[in-house]
Write a protein that binds this ligand. Structure first.
Ligand code: ADP
Length: 627
C-alpha cells in the first residue's frame, strides 16, 4: 500500500470519526438553537401580554376612576354648587377622554372595539345629560334628573369600562397560559432532543470503541506472542481503513522480526559451534562455572584431567569435581570482584593425583561479564605443566649433580694454582706469571659460579634447610654492613644503615637472610661510583619488616627491571664482568622460602633500591608463608 492510499485511508477513518461526532454535535447545536428560539418566543409572548393587554387594562382602570370622580363631582355640585367641583368635573372629563383615546389606539382583543364604541357613545350621552342637569335651579328637579337620566348613563359607561378591563384581563390570562404551555413544550422538546443527542453520541462512541477495540486487542495479543518468541503470528487484515493498514504493517513487522531473529539465531549458532570446536580441540582444560558455583560447561580435556564424564558433571557443584579448596576461594574472589586474578609465587598450581604420580596444572580464572555489569560466571583454564615441572626438576638435579661433581676438581685445581703461584712464581717470566694469575682468577670465578648454581638448584629442589630463629633486624643489618665495610671504604663509598627504632625481631634463617643482604650490598657497591652512597634501611609494614638497600649508582634500564630476578640475567655493562647473573635469583628463592617477596625500584642514572620482606617474630612459619 503506497503513501497516497494510506493518506486517503487515514482521511476515511478521520471522516468516520468526524461524521460520528459531527452528528452528535449537530444534534447538540439543534437543541441549543431550539432552546434559544423557545426562549425568544417566550420573551415575545410575555412582551405581547404586557404591551397589548396591560395598556387596555390601565386605560379601563383610569377611565373608571375618571368617570367615578366625575360622578362624585356631579353629586357634590348638586349639593354645594361650588366652582371647584365644576373644575374637577372638567379635568376628569379630559382624563377620561385621554385614556379613551389611548384605549382606542390599542385594540388587540376581539370585541374590544365594540366595547370602546359603546363606551364612547354612552360617555357622549353622559356628558350631554351633565350639561342639562344644571339648567334647572330646583334642586329636587336636579336630583330627579340625575337619578333618571345621568346615573344610568354613568352606570353604563362604568360597566362598559369594567367589561373592557375584564376582556383584557381574560386575554392576559390566556396569553400567560399560552406562554406557560410554550415553556413546557420547549422544555420537553429540549429534553427529547438532548436524549437523542446523548443516545447518538453514546451509540457512536460504542460503535467506535468496538471498531477499535477488536483489532487493537488482536494486535496486543499478537505483540505478546511475538514477545514470547512466536514470530509466526499474523493478525487478520479484513478492512481497508487505517486499522487495516496498521494490521498489514504489523504483519510486515512480525515478518521482518522473524527474519532478523532467524539471522541472529544463525549467527549465534555459528559462534556457538566455533566456541564448541575450540573447546573440544583445546589442549588445556576449560571449565565454565556459574555464580552459584555450578559447572555449566567443560571440555573433554578437563573431563580427562579430573577423570569424570562431561554429561554427569554438568550442573554439579565445582567442589564436587575439583576438590581443591584454594581454587574455589580464587573462583569466589573473581565472581565477587568481576576482575581476573593475578597470581604471585606460583600460587595458582593445582596438583591432581593420578595413580602413583601427581600431575600439575597452572590455572587462570577469567570473569564472564556482560554489558549491564551482570556476572554470568567464570572460566577456569587449566594448563598442564607436569612435563615442564619434571624437566625443571631434572634440570635442577642435573645442575646440582654437575656443580657438586665440579666442586671437588675445581677446589683441587684452585689449590694447585695457588700452590704454583706461591712456590714457582719467582721462576716464571712475566707473561707466564700473568697467565697463572688469570688461571687463578678464572678458577675463583668458576668456583663462585658453581657454588651459586649448587645453592640455587638446592633451593629450587626444596633441599635447602632453613634454620629459623628470632633475630633482631638491626643485628642482621649491622652484620651485613660490617662485612662489606672494607670494600666500601676501598671504593670510597659511604655505606651506612638507618634502622627504625623498636622494630620487632624477625623469624628468619639469619645466615641466609644475611647472605641476601650482603649480595644486595655487593651489587650496589659494584654499580655505584666512587664517593657514592649506599644505605641499608628497615621499617615495619604490618606483619612484615621491609629491608632495603638503596644506592645512587647507575640504576637499571627499565627494560631489565622486570627480568633481573631471573637466572643469568645481567645488564650489559662493563661493571658486570665478574658476576654470574644468579645472585638475585638465589636471593628471590631464599626470600620466598621465608614467605616474603623481593622487588627493585630503580631510575636509570639515579640509583636503585632493592627491598625484601621478612616475617615478624610472633607469626608462625605457616602463617608467614601464607603472607
Ligand atoms: P650478578 O652476579 O651479575 O650480580 P645478580 O643476579 O646479582 O647477578 O644481578 C643481576 C643483574 O642485575 C646484574 O648483572 C646487574 O646488571 C643488575 N643489578 C643488580 N643490582 C644492581 C644495582 N644495585 N644497580 C644496578 N644494577 C644492578
Amino acid at each position: 500500500m503506497n503513501r497516497d492510499s494510506a493518506t486517503i485511508m487515514f482521511r476515511t477513518f478521520q471522516t468516520k470519526i468526524l461524521i460520528g461526532y459531527g452528528g452528535a454535535l449537530a444534534v447538540v447545536v439543534l437543541v441549543f438553537a431550539w432552546s434559544i428560539l423557545s426562549l425568544l418566543k417566550l420573551g415575545k409572548a410575555s412582551d405581547a401580554i404586557l404591551r397589548e393587554n396591560y395598556k387596555s387594562i390601565l386605560a379601563a382602570e383610569n377611565m373608571i376612576i375618571a368617570v367615578e370622580r366625575q360622578d362624585s363631582a356631579v353629586l357634590l355640585l348638586l349639593l354645594e354648587a361650588e366652582n371647584e367641583w365644576r373644575q374637577e368635573l372638567l379635568s376628569n372629563e379630559n382624563i377620561f377622554l385621554q385614556w379613551l383615546g389611548r384605549a382606542k389606539d390599542n385594540i388587540t382583543v376581539d370585541g374590544e372595539g365594540k366595547i370602546l364604541d359603546s363606551i364612547e357613545t354612552s360617555y357622549t350621552a353622559y356628558l350631554m345629560k351633565l350639561s342639562e342637569i344644571f339648567r334647572d335651579k330646583d334642586i329636587s328637579i336636579k336630583k330627579t334628573f340625575y337619578h333618571k337620566e345621568v346615573y344610568p348613563l354613568f352606570q353604563s359607561v362604568r360597566n362598559s369600562c369594567i367589561r373592557l378591563r375584564e376582556i383584557n384581563q381574560r386575554a392576559m390570562f390566556t396569553a400567560s397560559s399560552q406562554a406557560q404551555n410554550l415553556a413546557v413544550s420547549a422544555v420537553w422538546n429540549m429534553v427529547g432532543l438532548g436524549i437523542i443527542a446523548v443516545g447518538f453520541g453514546l451509540g457512536f462512541s460504542l460503535f467506535l470503541s468496538n471498531m477499535l477495540a477488536s483489532p487493537v486487542g488482536q494486535m496486543r495479543e499478537a505483540a505478546a506472542r511475538i514477545a514470547e518468541g512466536n514470530y509466526e503470528i499474523q493478525v487478520p487484515v479484513d478492512r481497508t481503513d487505517e486499522l487495516g493498514l496498521l494490521a498489514e504493517q504489523f504483519n510486515n513487522m512480525a515478518k521482518k522480526l522473524k527474519e532478523y531473529n532467524e539471522l541472529n539465531i544463525e549467527k549465534i549458532l555459528t559462534e556457538k559451534r566455533k566456541i564448541e570446536a575450540v573447546l573440544q580441540s583445546a589442549d588445556d582444560g576449560i571449565i565454565v562455572v556459574n555464580p552459584e558455583l555450578k559447572i555449566t560447561d567443560m571440555n573433554p580435556m578437563s573431563a580427562k584431567i579430573f577423570g569424570v564424564e562431561i554429561s554427569l558433571s554438568l550442573g554439579h557443584h565445582f567442589l564436587e569435581i575439583i576438590k581443591d579448596e584454594q581454587l574455589i576461594i580464587f573462583v569466589k574472589t573473581v565472581l565477587e570482584s568481576g576482575q581476573p586474578l593475578s597470581f604471585e609465587n606460583e600460587k595458582n598450581i593445582l596438583s591432581v593425583k593420578r595413580g602413583e604420580d601427581n600431575s600439575y596444572y597452572k590455572y587462570s580464572i577469567f570473569p564472564i561479564n556482560i554489558k549491564s555489569g551482570f556476572m554470568l560466571g567464570v572460566v577456569v583454564l587449566l594448563r598442564d605443566i607436569t612435563r615442564l615441572r619434571e624437566l625443571d626438576r631434572l634440570k635442577s638435579e642435573f645442575v646440582m649433580t654437575a656443580s657438586h661433581e665440579l666442586r671437588t676438581p675445581l677446589t683441587s685445581i684452585g689449590m694447585s694454582v695457588e700452590m704454583l703461584m706461591e712456590r714457582v712464581s719467582e721462576q716464571l717470566n712475566d707473561k707466564d706469571r700473568r697467565l697463572l694469575q688469570a688461571a687463578h682468577e678464572d678458577v675463583q670465578r668458576l668456583k663462585a659460579l658453581v657454588n651459586d648454581l649448587l645453592d640455587l638448584s638446592k633451593i629450587e629442589a626444596g633441599r635447602i634447610e632453613l634454620a629459623f630463629e628470632d633475630v633482631p633486624v638491626n643485628l642482621i643489618c649491622e652484620k651485613a654492613v660490617s662485612a662489606m665495610k672494607f670494600q666500601a671504604d676501598q671504593k670510597k663509598i659511604e655505606l651506612f644503615s638507618d634502622i627504625q627504632d623498636n622494630l620487632p625481631d624477625v623469624k628468619v634463617d639469619p645466615n641466609k637472610i644475611t647472605w641476601v643482604l650482603v649480595n644486595l650490598i655487593g651489587n650496589a657497591l659494584r654499580f655505584t661510583n666512587q664517593k657514592g652512597h649506599i644505605q641499608v634501611s628497615a621499617r615495619q609494614s604490618g606483619d612484615h619488616i621491609h629491608i632495603s638497600v638503596s644506592d645512587d649508582g647507575e640504576g637499571i634500564p627499565y627494560e631489565y627491571q622486570s627480568k633481573i630476578f631471573d637466572k643469568f640475567v645481567q645488564v650489559k655493562s662493563e661493571k658486570n664482568s665478574g658476576g654470574s647473573g644468579l645472585g638475585l635469583a638465589i636471593s628471590k628463592e631464599i626470600v620466598r622460602a621465608h614467605g616474603g617477596t623481593i622487588w627493585a625500584d630503580s631510575v636509570p642514572g639515579k640509583g636503585s633500591t632493592f627491598t625484601f620482606t621478612a616475617p615478624v617474630r610472633n607469626l608462625s612459619r605457616k602463617d608467614a608463608v601464607k603472607c
